[in-house]
Each structure stands twice: as structure tokens, then as C-alpha cells.
Design a binder for this molecule. Structure first.
Ligand SMILES: [Zn+2]
Ligand SMILES: [Zn+2]
Length: 329
């Protein structure tokens, strides 16, 4: 088990402890209240969700633009950007670290991709690895590399209020069809200890002769909550689950300056508690119970230990997503 904060930082933490410790105690109190509020809000949203009219798609193709693992010649990065194509159009889901890091631009150039080719952009949630970098997260501004910008503004579907220069922002208030025959679960909430309250939307599609496909960004609201919402929106049998599940059990991706930010910041637990093998077992049991025949795992927010256990223990066919890969879902 690795240190989540390198011992080089420990003297700094000890010196700062008169400030950090009271802050942690106060924050922990609020965090407990927020968690209860969020659970109640999600339950209420799921309770009032009505079955959603979704077209039956002949096909759903996916190109992985950004992922932490990559095919040869493509660049890996601990972010997410997936391109979905159906007979009704195409939609980009998330933009990784955008222009802040080279992966999206590099991989898009290799695939000959820009945003003129899509009908819309959908953002799962407003974290740096999905909306275009740390500055984009701070300023709540979806940021896309200039090279990829569409000539005409396209819709940008957001789960929370933010700006998106060059796009027509549409705030997704609840479950609805977005574009290309692909729907959204609508925002589902989570309280994160350090990052605070947040909303995330997962994508849903109904594919002919297969069933329901569910794709998450980081999976912060938990896969239990996301799949429960999906069940209320469609009685179609679950075919595939894909995307991030946020399971950095033995370590995080994209560590910086000796700090494993993913194991501390996005877990839905206080910083002194880790994501454990028991959490991972619960996720595996949930996906197995839901009957997913295919699972497309994102490595961007889960460690290799988690990916290996899921490959072994999930009943469905498992594929770990790699940048540059094109899939027929
Ligand atoms: Zn993420
Ligand atoms: Zn996130």
C-alpha cells in the first residue's frame, strides 16, 4: 500500500495542523449533513422519474479520444473524452483536460476529429479531467482546444451551471433525450469532502437486439444510484455499463508532487478514509446483479488492482478502454 501523501509533505502537514485539524473537524460535520441531503435528493429524483421515450438505435459506435490507457501512437491521460455515433447523429461526452494537456489534441489529430463532426457536446460533470483542465474547473468554463472548436456553435449539455465559450449551453434539469438518440439520466448529486457538492449526468442509449447502455463520467453518484435511475427510466434489460467508477484502491492516476489526489479528493469519504476492496466488491456485486453483459471500464480514475479484480469477478465481458480504440457497443 503506497502513501497517499508523500513523507516529504509530512513536516508541512504537522506545521499546518493547527489550521488543518479544526478545518477538517468543521468540514466533516457539514459533510455528514450534506451526505444525508444528497442521498435524500437522489432518492426523490429517482422516485419521480418517469419512463423515458428513447429511440431504438440500430448501432452505437464509440471512439475513445482520451483515457489513461492508450493504443500505440495515442497519448494516455487521466481524463475522459468519448465520441458516440449512432444512425441519428453523434455526440462527444467530455473533453478530458482540454487544452491544458496534449492528449486530446494529439489523439483527435490522429483520428482526424474535430467538433464540426458532432451534433452536440455533453459534459458528465465539472471536474478538471472532464471539462478541460484545472483552470476550466476553477472558472466553471468548459474549455476545448482551439483546433477542435466547431465553426458554428453546437449545444453543450451540462449537469450544473457553467459557461462554454463557442457553444450554446443547455442546462439538463432532469432525465431527457440529448442528441443522436442518446439520453441523460439528468443530474445525480454527490457530496465530496474537499471538492464539495457536485452533480453528474450519465448517458443512456437503447440499442436494437442488445438493450440498455449506460455510460458514466467518473461515476461519483455511485453506480448503484446511476443504475437505479436507469431502471426507472427504461424497462429495457441492461446490456452494457461503461465509463469511470472511481475506484482508486491501491493508488490514484495522475498523481502530482507526491500526492495521490484521486484517492483523497473524489471518493465521497473523508480524506483519512480510503476506498477499499470492500467498496470495490460492492460495485462488482451491483454490476453483476444488474446483469450487464458487457462492461467497458475506464482506467482514468481506478487503479490497475481494481481493473484486474473487475476483469476477474464481473460476469459480463470486460474491456478496459484505451485511447484510440473504436468499438461497436
Ligand atoms: Zn474523472
Ligand atoms: Zn470527477
Amino acid at each position: 500500500m503506497s502513501f497517499r501523501v508523500s513523507p516529504a509533505w509530512w513536516p508541512v502537514l504537522v506545521l499546518a495542523s493547527p489550521v488543518i485539524v479544526p478545518w477538517l473537524l468543521i468540514r466533516n460535520h457539514r459533510f455528514g449533513e450534506e451526505r444525508t441531503g444528497v442521498a435524500h435528493l437522489n432518492r426523490e429524483r429517482i422516485g419521480r422519474a418517469e419512463p423515458l421515450e428513447m429511440p431504438e438505435l440500430d448501432f452505437l459506435d464509440m471512439t475513445v479520444l482520451v483515457e489513461s490507457k492508450a493504443e500505440q501512437g495515442f497519448m494516455g491521460d487521466a481524463g475522459v473524452s468519448y465520441l458516440f455515433k449512432t444512425e441519428l447523429g453523434s455526440m462527444l461526452y467530455d473533453v478530458g483536460f482540454g487544452p491544458a494537456r496534449p492528449a486530446l489534441t494529439h489523439n483527435a489529430a490522429k483520428l482526424g476529429f474535430d467538433l464540426n463532426q458532432v451534433d452536440a457536446l455533453a459534459i458528465s460533470h465539472l471536474h478538471a479531467d472532464h471539462i478541460g483542465g484545472i483552470q476550466a474547473q476553477r472558472s466553471r468554463q468548459v474549455t476545448v482546444p482551439d483546433e477542435l472548436m466547431p465553426a458554428e456553435p453546437k449545444p453543450c449539455f451540462l449537469p450544473e451551471k457553467a459557461e462554454a465559450r463557442g457553444f450554446n449551453v443547455e442546462l439538463v434539469g432532469g432525465p431527457r433525450l440529448l442528441s443522436a438518440g442518446i439520453a441523460s439520466t439528468g443530474p445525480l448529486a454527490r457530496s465530496l469532502f474537499i471538492l464539495g457538492y457536485m452533480e453528474e449526468q450519465a448517458l443512456l442509449a437503447r440499442v436494437k437486439d442488445k438493450g440498455l447502455v449506460v455510460f458514466t463520467g467518473c461515476g461519483h453518484p455511485t453506480i448503484e444510484t446511476i443504475l437505479e435511475m436507469a431502471r426507472h427510466l427504461s424497462d429495457e434489460p441492461l446490456y452494457a455499463v461503461g465509463g469511470g467508477l472511481h475506484l482508486p484502491v491501491t493508488g490514484g492516476r495522475g498523481n502530482r508532487a507526491g500526492i495521490q489526489f484521486q484517492t483523497i479528493m473524489g471518493t465521497g469519504k473523508p480524506p483519512w478514509e480510503r476506498v477499499t476492496d470492500e467498496d470495490l466488491s460492492r460495485t462488482i456485486a451491483t454490476i453483476n446483479a444488474a446483469g450487464a453483459k458487457k462492461v467497458y471500464l475506464s482506467g482514468h480514475d481506478s487503479c490497475d488492482h481494481s481493473l484486474e479484480r473487475m476483469k476477474r469477478e464481473l460476469k459480463g465481458e470486460v474491456e478496459v478502454l484505451r485511447a484510440g480504440r473504436m468499438l461497436q457497443i
